[in-house]
Design a protein around this ligand. Structure first.
Ligand SMILES: [Fe+2]
Ligand SMILES: [Fe+2]
Length: 198
């Protein structure tokens, strides 16, 4: 199901003040929300915990897809140190999606969930810090203000369409995506990004 159909997380990404004028501001705001949601899942139980986890899962799924379509290519295309930075981020995203995928559908009040969730939190927190420290400064260096704004719009467009469940493997361009609704959503997301960036 697409984010728009869930009614989340678009309210947040569409009403973020000037964040929509700069892709790095927008993504960092989402990183903050991710950190809040990790804390919310840890500090609640029952339905509240389930709700927070579902919000987190959807946000992580669309956020990583948007980064993979809009941000990483911009850095990678510049070559040099950026290529290695993007390679590391893609690997981290793949690994985190595997864990998120395992958690998706588990009982949030089960001890196994709690243990695996702690692993996910560490992976995602480290990944977000690495993006903020190594990749986002390059994004700002490579792109002027107009391009940063265009990229913010592309991220927002992608997040309206992208799948809200994790699909490990989608991040590698050569991955064999089975034909079906998910492949269709990914194609539509890519089209929306292309049109926002043109
Ligand atoms: Fe990421
Ligand atoms: Fe990120």
């Amino acid at each position: 199901m697409a984010a728009a159909a869930l009614g989340y997380p678009l309210a947040m990404t569409e009403n973020t003040g000037n964040a929509q004028h700069d892709v790095v501001d927008l993504l960092m705001q989402q990183h903050d929300r991710v950190r809040q949601l990790f804390a919310a899942v840890e500090s609640t139980s029952g339905d509240a915990r389930k709700d927070s986890f579902e919000e987190l899962r959807a946000l992580l799924a669309v956020h990583e897809t948007a980064e993979e379509m809009v941000v990483h290519p911009s850095v990678k295309n510049q070559g040099g140190a950026g290529e290695g930075v993007v390679e590391s981020r893609l690997q981290e995203e793949h690994d985190a999606k595997e864990v998120l995928s395992d958690l998706d559908g588990m009982d949030v009040n089960d001890a196994n969930f709690t243990e695996k969730f702690a692993t996910l939190k560490q992976m995602v927190t480290d990944h977000a810090e690495s993006e903020e420290r190594e990749e986002f400064p390059l994004v700002r260096q490579i792109n002027d203000a107009d391009q940063l704004a265009k990229m913010a719009r592309a991220v927002q467009s992608a997040e309206k369409i992208a799948p809200t469940h994790p699909h490990p493997g989608v991040e590698s361009q050569g991955a064999n995506m089975a034909a079906g609704p998910i492949a269709g959503l990914i194609d539509r997301t890519r089209d929306a990004v292309k049109s926002a960036l043109s």
